[in-house]
Design a protein around this ligand. Structure first.
Ligand code: ARG
Length: 270
């Protein structure tokens, strides 16, 4: 495995004050200090695995900013900025854009709605792109043109799994010629997209609904070790059976906003 560079945002201002996905209940209690403790443990796990963590300053009034995966898509040193579907998250876009500009990336502004790595996942030489709830189909063409990599459109059909990274995880990235592989929940995709996934990834790890309901597919893999929600026990054993190491992390408090480990993690690919 090669060391990765991840951008994260401390959930200093984490809260559930609006509802833009079925997980969020603004009338239910949440615990910001527990969210911070769980996030800090996730960051520690990455550091222990040898990955480099960069931090963006959290902004007050942006309770979902912890979900750094939605901040951009970064491939080959190029950045496609994001445009959120919902007004509640709109101000996160310029915050991430500024950080990436200052970090020296080649920044390109999105022309239509896309929620970054929530829906746009690099898988080897290809890009898997979700649509149906947040990211627009039109943005997939933007992704293909900017990064010059073939984009595979995948249609999401279950509102609980509204971002591609809640329904599918890239497990191996094609480094050193190893085959690219993924884990996914078939039922989260339209019949046509299920057929595409079967064709592209005949050896995929298949998750069940119980795994997805604890956001188990919102996992981060460096090709060797998969960091996933500790509650996803069936998925963890399937991953081990497929030859991956797994580390379970408890980010249950962030799940109240509909996010897991991958949502908290934006990969910076130079
Ligand atoms: N509350 C956030 C939203 O609904 C959660 C984002 C989760 N991020 C992700 N990459 N799936 O937009």
């Amino acid at each position: 495995m090669s060391a990765r560079r991840y951008l994260m945002c401390r959930p200093t201002h984490f809260a559930v004050t609006y509802r833009i996905n079925p997980w969020m209940d603004p009338s239910a209690p949440y615990d910001t200090s527990l969210a911070i403790a769980q996030w800090t443990e996730l960051k520690r796990i990455y550091e222990e695995l040898g990955h480099q963590i960069e931090l963006i300053e959290p902004v007050q009034g942006l309770p979902d900013m912890v979900f750094a995966a939605n901040g951009a898509t970064v491939i080959d040193g190029k950045v496609l900025t994001v445009q959120f579907r919902d007004a509640e998250r709109a101000d996160e876009a310029p915050a991430y854009r500024d950080w990436l500009l200052q970090a020296g990336f080649d920044v390109h502004d999105a022309k239509t709605i896309n929620e970054g790595e929530g829906d746009i996942l690099k898988a080897g030489d290809f890009v898997l792109a979700g649509t149906g709830f947040r990211t627009s189909h039109a943005s997939h063409a933007e992704v293909q043109e900017l990064f010059g990599r073939p984009v595979i459109t995948l249609q999401l059909v279950d509102p609980r799994f509204y971002h591609l990274d809640t329904a599918l995880a890239v497990l191996s990235h094609g480094d050193d010629g190893a085959p690219v592989n993924v884990a996914y929940l078939p039922e989260a995709f339209s019949p046509g997209s299920q057929a595409v996934l079967r064709q592209l990834f005949p050896d995929a790890v298949i998750a069940n609904v119980a795994d997805a309901e604890v956001l188990g597919l919102n996992a981060v893999s460096d090709g060797e070790t998969v960091v996933l929600p500790v509650q996803a026990t069936h998925l963890a054993s399937e991953l081990e059976r497929a030859g991956y190491k797994t580390i379970g992390v408890d980010v249950s408090e962030l799940r109240l906003a509909g996010g897991g480990p991958k949502c908290c993690t934006l990969e910076l690919r130079s």
